[in-house]
Ligand binder design. Structure first.
Ligand SMILES: [Zn+2]
Length: 341
């Protein structure tokens, strides 16, 4: 009987030695050490022995059981480590894998153009002045030398919020605000932003568009400053050999007023479809600030003069990229916008 016990011990330990995973280990435990297992079974055999042998054999069974129990605990620790290692490997991140590309957005072409234009004027010492989009009729029209019955109001189809309040039709609405804030000091500001007009939406007109307005007021300011500033601006944007020309025009808030053209960027002045064979492209409107407007801003027109100019940003974008439909700018079609990213 004792020999059989030792054979059993050997076989059980051999079986345990080759167990390599938690499930098999669990099965081994149930087969041997659980209450219904073989090791426990040996204890039941003790009673079948002659009384004299019972004590000695019982001791041997206890020793074997204790040894198996100890071997099981040792092996279990080994298996636990193996299982942990397997899990770590399965969950691990391979840091040598190439990264997924990050989808990056881009700026809207109008934002890009605004930033570029603002940058050029900032180099000349202008600072950005923000004024409200919803504006008093007084600031949008009246103080700019356009009283209620003025025919020039018909040039701008206006969204009225009520009798006295409008959506600004041009960034010029900020001129008097800026002057009143900075008076009696000099003014050198640019006023960028959205403007609104009650227009039909066509390839050439939109109900919203961006303008950038420039205003320079001081005792030494004269018309030649206007030409200098605008020539520098045109050359910064369209190249060092760019030429401009000034043509007489009419705006209620400047006197004299002019339209400023740049030499056609496509044909270099020889005449093409875009410049309608004239060799020139319309860029902006400008002039000396009207004395009435200066007075409304708090200045004495006999002591100071001012220059003002205003241009459409969308028009710049269309010109520079050869786009012939302004509606594309506001449709937010990603196929269009991605070309500028
Ligand atoms: Zn041309």
């Amino acid at each position: 009987m004792l020999d059989q016990l030792h054979d059993y011990r050997r076989i059980a330990l051999e079986e345990l030695a080759v167990v390599a995973d938690a499930a098999t280990l669990e099965a081994w435990y149930r087969a041997h050490l659980a209450p219904s297992g073989k090791a426990t079974g040996w204890k039941r055999n003790i009673g079948k022995l002659p009384v004299a042998e019972r004590k000695g054999f019982g001791q041997s069974v206890n020793e074997v059981t204790a040894e198996l129990e100890k071997a099981f605990q040792l092996h279990k620790r080994r298996i636990d480590l193996l299982e942990l290692e397997k899990r770590i490997l399965a969950e691990a991140t391979d840091v040598t894998l190439p990264a997924r590309g990050v989808a990056r957005g881009g700026h809207h072409p109008v934002t890009l153009a605004l930033r570029e234009v603002i940058g050029v004027f900032e180099q000349m010492g202008f600072v950005v002045y923000e004024s409200p989009h919803v504006e008093l009729d007084e600031l949008n029209f009246e103080l700019l030398n356009m009283p209620p019955d003025h025919p020039a109001r018909d040039m701008q189809d206006t969204f009225y919020v009520d009798d006295d309040v409008v959506l600004r039709t041009h960034t010029s609405s900020g001129q008097v605000r800026a002057m009143r804030q900075l008076c009696p000091g000099p003014v050198r500001v640019i006023l960028p932003g959205l403007c609104y007009r009650h227009e039909n939406i066509t390839p050439r007109s939109e109900i919203q568009f961006h303008q950038i307005e420039g205003l320079l007021v001081g005792p030494e300011v004269r018309l030649s400053d206007l030409k200098g500033v605008l020539l520098k601006f045109a050359r910064a944007l369209f190249g060092p050999n760019q030429a401009i020309r000034m043509r007489g025009s009419y705006f209620p808030f400047t006197e004299p007023s002019c339209e400023v053209d740049i030499r056609c960027t496509l044909c270099g002045g020889n005449g093409c479809r875009v410049c309608k064979q004239s060799g020139w492209l319309e860029l902006l409107g400008a002039g000396l600030v009207h004395p009435v407007v200066l007075r409304n801003g708090g200045y004495d027109p006999t002591q100071v003069r001012g220059i003002a100019f205003g241009m459409g940003i969308e028009r710049l974008v269309l010109l520079r990229h050869g786009i012939d439909d302004i509606r594309l700018i506001f449709q937010n079609d990603l196929r269009f916008l991605r070309q500028f990213a």
